[in-house]
Structure formats: C-alpha cells, structure tokens
Write a new protein. Structure first.
Length: 298
C-alpha cells in the first residue's frame, strides 16, 4: 500500500510512518514546504506522488491556539481538508482517505450519555472543534457527492514520547522532570479536575492503519481507550514515577474557555470492525513520556 501521510512531520506522523513501514507499506510524504491551504501547490504535490491511500493528519491541533487564531485554524483544518479531497477526486485512481478528526466535535456530553458513541450529535465548543466538524462534513460530502472513499477517525486524547509542549501530558511531564532535577520547587497547572480518555500514540497509529484498510466509507470511528482518568491522577502518577514530591499550584489563567469536564469514548465500533484494542498501559505511556522529557532535559 502506497500511503501518503499529510502532517508527517508532526507528533503522530513519524509514529504512523514507522508503523506503516514495519507492515511493508510505502509511506509517502509531501514536500516540506507544501501548504495544504494552497490548492494548486497541494494538487501538484499529490499528483506527483500518486498515492493509493491517504492518511490526513495535517492540522492545527491546539485548542488554545484556535481561540487565538480561529480563522487560521479553519483555513488549515477545514479548507485544507477540502483541498485534499478535491485533489484526491481528480486523480486517475482516487485513493482511499482516512480523515483524522477529533472527539472534540462532541463538545460537552451529559454524563448519562457516556461513554460517547459515534451517533452523538456534534456540539463543538471551541474553534478547533468547529473546524474539525467542518472538515468531517467536507469528507462526508466528498463521499456522498463524488464517491471518494473517505473514512473518519475521531481520535480522543492521545500522547506518547515526542509529543510537544502545549498538551497536558508533556506539559506536566516536563515540569515533573524539571522538579526532579531541582529546577522547580512546585508544579503549576490548569484545571486538574477534568478527566480525559487517553491512549498511547503507538496504539492509535495501529487503529489508523486498520481503518485505512477496513473502514466503511462515510462512517466515523472513535479511537480511544474507553476509560477516563482525572488530570490530577495523571500528575500523581508522573510524580510517583519520578520520585518527585513538590507542591502543586493551580493557576486559573491556564484553564481553557469552554473546557469539557469529562470525555470518555466508546470504541466498540472500531473493535467490532477490526479487533483493535489498546495494548500499552497508561502507566507505561506516562513513564515513556517522562523518560523522553528527562533525556531531552525537559
């Protein structure tokens, strides 16, 4: 399988490329300067590569940044997806496309409706979530209107070694690593009393390849562990692993507007289709992220 991975130089991209390569697939990358909001340049780059499949990871993925630049977020996430689908439909042999979306499209879900299934209505509470919902509609329209085989993966939170600062686990791990070296005398956090369904990136990329192979066009699949953990518990586990015991200070300015208090998904549809299940325990994931921060001087 010749798979074009957009966003290949981000956090998830290298993990996916490695996973594809280990399974005998040919992983393709766009030229480094390619701008997915430039339809002409994108079209030329994709046509030159002639992929048999596309995994569309390229995105502005920061919720916080989406509040600061909603227009830019929509340009990358929604317009970029429109450009990619348009390019794909014009190829002599249109590829299958895995569109990587986000569980943020569900917004705040009532506790009695959790774990969240794929039939939950969209209620995006952030510009990032709205841009991902728009991208999904672009992909669905390409399938229904053009016959492009687009499958949607709704990824819940995922982390692992190499995830940059700006996301909860690496932000906490970096501070814990600094505290372990005596560089910090306290950990500063945002709201610790929210809970998230967190999966290791190495398990997530396995799901993406399976969906690329077996996903039903026009359908969406939750990619998640199916369990929620409090952010305060994540911090405790990281501190215990590192042998760190320092005060924790909650800074109200770090809390996000319209933060969703709890997110836990139902991965039953993905499991029924592919047999996928997460294999890496959360404690191992946290230990690996922490080790990467210690090695990289956090």
């Amino acid at each position: 399988m010749r798979v074009l991975v957009t966003g290949s130089r981000g956090f998830v991209g290298p993990w996916l490329i490695g996973h594809l390569s280990r399974h005998g697939d040919e992983a393709l990358e766009l030229p480094e300067a390619t701008d997915i909001t430039d339809a002409a340049a994108l079209g030329e780059a994709v046509a030159d590569l002639e992929p048999g499949a596309i995994c569309h990871l390229a995105a502005q993925s920061s919720v916080q940044r989406s509040w600061e630049d909603p227009a830019g977020t929509f340009a990358v996430n929604a317009l970029g997806t429109l450009n990619l689908c348009s390019v794909a439909t014009r190829l002599a042999a249109p590829p299958r496309v895995l569109l990587v979306s986000s569980a943020e499209v569900y917004g705040k879900v009532a506790p009695e409706r959790m774990p969240v299934g794929e039939d939950e209505p969209f209620a995006p509470a952030t510009p990032y979530a709205a841009s991902k919902a728009a991208a999904e509609m672009v992909g669905l329209q390409a399938w229904l209107g053009r016959g492009l085989q687009v499958v949607c993966a709704r990824a819940f939170n995922h982390t692992g070694p190499g995830q940059p600062r700006g996301f909860v686990v690496p932000d906490l791990a970096a501070q814990v690593a600094q505290a372990g070296r005596g560089e910090l005398d306290r950990i500063t956090t945002g709201n610790l009393e929210v809970s998230r369904d967190i999966t290791d990136v190495r398990d997530v990329v396995r799901a993406y390849r399976l969906l690329l192979l077996h996903g039903e066009p026009g359908a969406a699949y939750n990619v998640c562990r199916g369990e929620a953990v409090l952010i305060s518990d994540l911090l405790r586990r990281l501190m215990r692993t590192a042998g760190v015991d320092v005060p924790v200070w909650t800074d109200p300015s770090l809390s996000r507007p319209a933060d969703v208090p709890k997110h836990v998904g139902n991965p039953a549809r993905l499991r029924a289709l592919t047999g996928w299940a997460p294999e890496i325990p959360l404690d191992q994931t946290l230990a690996d992220v922490l080790a990467a921060m210690v090695e990289g001087a956090g």
